[in-house]
Design a protein around this ligand. Structure first.
Ligand SMILES: [Zn+2]
Length: 271
């Protein structure tokens, strides 16, 4: 499931390979992925323009287009990846991590039906949204107003004010995209384990020192995951199994549903 680091890899893919290439054609005929737009509506808005910037806030990804053109929102859903080919066919890709053999390109070639949206550039290359589970979304001028500050970039003061309030468990607060944008279930568990804070603690009861420690852990875990290729690379993630033990102290991990999500933590160190 894409969290902030996976979406960042999709954004970086677009920035590296898809900007400033004139758009010659668009396949927007998947009416589910492109809802509420009618087939041809996104095409009409993009043909003749170029993508001029690739932006991300939390798990939301969008592209700006030149000359007063629309914003193109690209939501990766539960398993989406962005594949960009150059004029000579070279492939750049990023997004949710690949599970199983073969690259997404090979999977797409075997199953072209999983390509839900395609931009064809005038140079012959393409940008494709590869989305096997069809839970992604492509839309013009998406509403980004409800998102909180990005989890990687939020300041200490904003983090204290937004996260450190209320009676909800701190993990639920971290997962609330209107409080803070970009934290999913795995990144939340990794961050709380790194910061040695229990996911069950009421957010409003955390001290300033604990909130600062939590923000530093979040930023470090996010940047490490971006660098290493996804949230699954976190030190804690592989141990999140029934009967798993803490990779720091060896204690058997606790498990419960917190914030509506399956949560693991070290009951000895996370207080
Ligand atoms: Zn431990």
């Amino acid at each position: 499931v894409p969290e902030l680091p996976e979406v960042e890899s999709a954004r970086a893919t677009i920035e590296a390979a898809a900007l400033h290439r004139p758009i010659a054609d668009v396949d927007d005929t998947d009416t589910w992925e492109c809802r509420p737009h009618a087939p041809g509506e996104i095409r009409a808005a993009l043909v003749g323009r170029s993508l001029t910037a690739a932006c991300r806030q939390g798990k939301s990804l969008w592209c700006e287009t030149g000359g007063g053109g629309p914003v193109l929102g690209l939501h990766l859903g539960m398993s989406g990846r962005i594949l960009v080919t150059g004029a000579a066919g070279a492939l750049t890709e990023g997004g949710d991590r690949l599970v199983g053999p073969g690259s997404a390109a090979e999977q797409a070639d075997r199953n072209p039906v999983w390509t839900r949206f395609t931009i064809v550039f005038a140079d012959g290359g393409t940008l494709r949204l590869f989305d096997k589970r069809r839970l992604g979304r492509v839309r013009l001028d998406p509403d980004l107003g409800a998102l909180g500050p990005d989890a990687e970039r939020i300041t200490a003061a904003a983090f204290r004010a937004r996260v450190g309030r209320g009676t909800a468990p701190v993990k639920a607060r971290l997962l609330d995209q209107s409080v803070l944008a970009g934290v999913g279930n795995l990144l939340a568990d990794e961050t709380l384990w790194q910061a040695r804070i229990s996911p069950l603690r009421p957010a409003g009861e955390l001290s300033v020192e604990e909130l600062d420690r939590l923000r530093r852990a979040l930023r470090a875990a996010t940047r490490s995951a971006i660098r290493k290729g996804g949230v699954h690379t976190g030190a804690f993630i592989a141990h999140r199994t029934r009967g798993g033990s803490c990779p720091r102290c060896g204690a058997t991990l606790a498990r419960a549903t917190v914030g509506g999500r399956t949560t693991f933590w070290c009951p000895v160190e996370q207080l």
